[in-house]
Design a protein around this ligand. Structure first.
Ligand code: CA
Length: 235
């Protein structure tokens, strides 16, 4: 298998070197850019398989790079930033970032997000498992896309149609955070009111049906102020 090329756009040398060391050790081919200008050149000439993007750069805002890239490319972009405000995460995800990590972050967390983002480019419909078998499995949870039903330990949990659609969508993008606005648009159409309340009610009902402890979910996680993320499917 050819090595995946990962471009790290980061102006802080310590963080750049840290990420380079981790990713090289995992067998990735690592490219580095420390400014927006360098990033533009590298993206155009090297066509990376994934981009790790810092937002605070000396010559531009990382958001500008993201928006420029999204005009012509679907390359996965993971934003890594010290900005921890929810609105910054939502803005990056809505502008087409695949994921968002707030500094400081753990090595394992970074590697997991990279694996997820790269896997999603290989199977546009979502996880391999769903694409191959029409079924998503994680622990005791099964989403059967053919039957349009969700099972826990083999027992139909009895989701309503809206609840099913929400779980099915999160399952297709397992491991990725989907923003509230994205979910509302996908579930209820582009003209739907951005009302998180309906989502929250649906999610509360879903959790009551699939989670052992709805207050500490094991399958669908809340990214506070941003959206929801389904756990990765079993390998
Ligand atoms: Ca920076």
């Amino acid at each position: 298998m050819t090595k995946e090329k990962i471009l790290i756009i980061e102006d802080e040398q310590i963080i750049r070197n840290f990420m380079q060391a981790i990713l090289s050790a995992k067998g990735y081919d690592v490219l580095l850019a420390r400014s927006g200008a360098m990033a533009d050149t590298m993206i155009a000439s090297h066509c990376p398989d994934l981009i790790i993007l810092d937002l605070g750069l000396p010559d531009t805002d990382g958001m500008n790079i993201l928006m420029k890239v999204r005009e012509w490319s679907k390359v996965p972009v993971i934003v890594v930033s010290a900005r921890s405000h929810e609105s910054d995460k939502v803005a990056a995800l809505d502008a087409g970032a695949d994921d968002y990590l707030t500094k400081p972050f753990g090595t394992e967390e970074l590697l997991a997000r990279i694996r997820t983002a790269i896997r999603h480019t290989r199977t546009p419909a979502g996880s391999n498992m769903v694409a191959n078998s029409g079924v998503f499995r994680a622990g005791k949870l099964t989403i059967d896309y053919g039957k349009r039903r969700v099972f826990l330990d083999g027992r139909d949990v009895g989701l309503t149609q809206n609840e099913y659609k929400l779980v099915a969508l999160l399952g297709l993008h397992a491991g990725k955070v989907l923003t509230y606005d994205y979910l509302i648009r996908e579930l209820w159409g582009p003209s739907a009111r951005s009302d998180n309340q309906i989502l929250r009610v649906n999610m509360a009902n879903i959790r009551r049906k699939i989670e052992q402890n709805p207050a500490q979910p094991a399958y669908i996680f809340t990214e506070v102020g941003v959206g929801y993320r389904m756990i990765e499917a079993d390998e």
